[in-house]
Each structure stands twice: as structure tokens, then as C-alpha cells.
Write a protein that binds this ligand. Structure first.
Ligand SMILES: *Cc1c(COP(=O)(O)O)cnc(C)c1O
Length: 356
């Protein structure tokens, strides 16, 4: 068994892989593959409806919030959000806490004005800014709840009088939040939900239809809402796999239950990082991510050797992002505690080897 700590596309529950493979050969006892199945059939419509309603249930969303599964990646949402929400003369507040948030800022500037109200860029994105003000006339405040590359996470969601928009690509369904406090949430599926190619978008319908620009049909959230997320051919297989993960999540006790496990997994790994002489964390402790655990070696010349050593113990995907180096262990919902234990044990035995 390989312990896959890759940041994304990443591990999904084993039973989801099994059920998805079975459906490629025979979807729901129809004798047809899910890959050849018409999206307007009652069977697939039921898949889409169950997926949307499970999201509503797991996030405890109120009736103002609509759930959509849209084509593309989180980067598509970097432009689709401002296209739908921000007029050219208006201003939106953005937080710059990682490369992803930074890219969202770049795209928003194509549509309107951007106020970067908080940034940790000058300190290599090693913390989450705490004290900052959002101008009252901002159209919305955009945050990236979990910073996948640098390994920080907003532990408390900022309170603001303006609309709150969040990129939750890498911590969606990992912890209990007041999801109704957000007017728009988006997440690329491939970190914690399903295969690449689909976005989950949760949007408060009351904030739509306020911009003057003409929005291309396929980019306008309102058209997708009207059509029940079936405006055109949805990414059928990706949505199906998301449904399987959502069912697994519900059967595992929902978001609250998975959050408890995530806390335990993260504590185990950070504890090893803090107590092992060879390793050290590189972000502010109070802002540490429970999804992407980033760390380095005090002696960087040992990093290659540790990677090799970890590989020999069936640990995969722990090299840091190509821009940061060091290590990153992504411990999303589907990562079992036992695999995190293997990684911690491997760090300890490597350290013992070097003391000998
Ligand atoms: C991975 C990631 C993205 C980019 O996702 P794509 O689907 O590759 O566009 C954006 N935001 C966050 C927080 C991510 O983790």
C-alpha cells in the first residue's frame, strides 16, 4: 500500500475508487458505463440532484444558497466570480495569503478594482493576517480559507459587513463552519472531493444579477441555477465521483465527525515536527493548516536523502510545491490516521539513524 500525501489530485476513500471503477463498467445495474450514459436520463439527473442535496445537507445551507457543479477548475472561478459580482467601477477586497489568492487577485483586476486589504506576501506567506479593515463599499471580501502551498489556514473566518467569498478548494468539508455566512464558496474538486474537472460552487442567489456587464451564457451563475446545474453536459463522471465521496462523508458521520479526525491527524504530524530535532515547521503555529502540513529540515542537505528514505517506506507525494521546496504532507479527509502515523514513524526512525 502506498501512502499518498499528494496535494492534488489527491487521495479519495478507497471505497470511492472501487465504486467509481465498478460504474465505469456497469453504472447502477443499467448495463451501461457511466462514461457513455446520457446526462438527461432520469438516472443521471438523480445523481446530480442527490449530489446537490447532500452538499446542502452536509453544509446545513439555507434556502438562499444554491449548489452548482460547474466545469473547470478553481482557476476558472478566479475569473467567474468577479465577472458575475464586480462591476468595472466597483471595488472588491482581496486577501493575499498564498499563490492561489494572488492569482485570484490578478484575475479580478480584469473586471474591476481590487483592494488588497491584507497580505502576508512579504513574509513568504508564513502567516494569516489578523488585523485589517475592509472598506464598507467593497463589493465583497475574498479569502482563501486554506493555503495549499504554504500550509496556513484561517482558523477564524473574518467577520465583515460586506459579502464574503471564499476559495475552499483545499479544505472544503474538512471542518464545521457557518457556511451560510458566505455568499459564495467555490472549490475545485480534486483536493477533497473528487477528480479534477469540476468545481463546486455554493452561491447566495440574492447577490446575483447586480452587475451591468453582459455575461456569456455559460459563465452566468443564474443560468446554471435555473437549469439545476444541467445547463449543458456536466462533467458527468466527475460529478458522479463527487457524489460517492459525499455519500462516504455522510456515512462517516458528516463534517463534524471528519473534523475530529482531521484534528487528530494534524496534531500527530505537527507533534512529530516539533519534537524531532531534524525537522521544523515554517509557518506561524497558530495558523497551521490541518490539510497541508508544510515543513523543512534544519539541515537542507538531508532533504533528498529523507525523500528517498520515505519513498522506500511507500510514502509518496511529500515533496513541497515546486516554488517552495521542503516538504508538504497533504492529509485530506480521506487520509487515514494510520498513514499519518507511518509518516511520523518514518521521520522518527530517520532521525534515529542520523543520531547513530
Ligand atoms: C489547487 C488550488 C487551486 C487551483 O486549482 P485548479 O483546479 O488547478 O485551478 C486554487 N485554489 C486553491 C486553494 C487550491 O488549493
Amino acid at each position: 500500500m502506498i501512502h499518498n500525501f499528494n496535494a492534488g489530485p489527491s487521495i479519495l476513500p478507497k471505497e470511492v475508487f472501487e465504486q467509481a471503477s465498478a460504474a465505469i463498467l456497469n453504472f447502477d445495474n443499467t448495463g451501461l458505463s457511466i462514461l457513455e450514459f446520457g446526462h438527461r436520463t432520469p438516472e443521471f439527473t438523480a445523481v446530480m440532484e442527490e449530489a446537490r442535496s447532500l452538499v446542502k445537507e452536509l453544509m446545513q445551507l439555507n434556502d438562499d444558497h444554491e449548489v452548482l457543479f460547474l466545469h473547470g477548475c478553481a482557476s476558472t472561478q478566479f475569473m467567474q466570480v468577479p465577472m458575475n459580482l464586480l462591476d468595472s467601477k466597483e471595488s472588491a477586497a482581496y486577501t493575499d495569503t498564498d499563490i492561489w489568492g494572488h492569482k485570484a487577485i490578478t484575475e479580478a483586476k480584469l473586471f474591476g478594482k481590487v483592494d488588497v486589504v491584507a497580505s502576508s506576501k512579504e513574509k513568504n506567506y508564513s502567516y494569516i493576517p489578523k488585523d485589517f479593515a475592509v472598506p464598507n463599499d467593497s463589493k465583497y471580501l475574498h479569502i482563501t480559507t486554506n493555503n495549499t502551498i504554504y500550509g496556513t489556514q484561517w482558523q477564524t473566518i473574518p467577520k465583515t459587513s460586506v459579502s464574503l467569498v471564499a476559495d475552499m478548494s483545499s479544505d472544503i468539508f474538512s471542518r464545521v463552519l457557518d457556511f451560510n455566512a458566505f455568499d459564495l464558496i467555490y472549490a475545485g474538486a480534486q483536493k477533497n472531493m473528487g477528480p479534477a474537472g469540476v468545481n463546486l460552487v455554493v452561491v447566495n442567489k440574492n447577490i446575483l444579477g447586480k452587475v451591468k456587464r453582459v455575461i456569456p451564457t455559460i459563465m452566468d451563475y443564474r443560468n446554471h441555477i435555473k437549469e439545476g446545474s444541467m445547463l449543458n453536459t456536466p462533467p458527468v463522471f466527475a460529478v458522479y465521483v463527487c457524489l460517492l465521496t459525499l455519500r462516504w462523508l455522510k456515512a462517516s458521520g458528516g463534517v463534524g465527525a471528519i473534523e475530529k479526525k482531521n484534528i487528530e491527524k494534524a496534531a500527530l504530524l505537527y507533534n512529530e515536527i516539533d519534537n524531532n530535532d531534524l525537522f521544523t515547521g515554517n509557518v506561524a503555529k497558530e495558523d497551521r493548516s490541518k490539510m497541508n502540513v508544510c515543513f523543512v529540515m534544519k539541515d537542507p542537505s538531508l532533504e533528498k536523502e529523507f525523500l528517498q528514505y520515505a519513498k522506500s517506506r511507500n510514502i509518496a507525494g511529500i515533496a513541497g510545491h515546486r516554488t517552495t521546496g521542503g516538504f508538504r504532507a497533504s492529509i485530506y479527509n480521506a487520509m487515514p490516521l494510520s498513514s499519518v502515523q507511518v509518516l511520523a514513524d518514518t521521520m522518527r526512525s530517520f532521525s534515529a539513524l542520523h543520531k547513530a
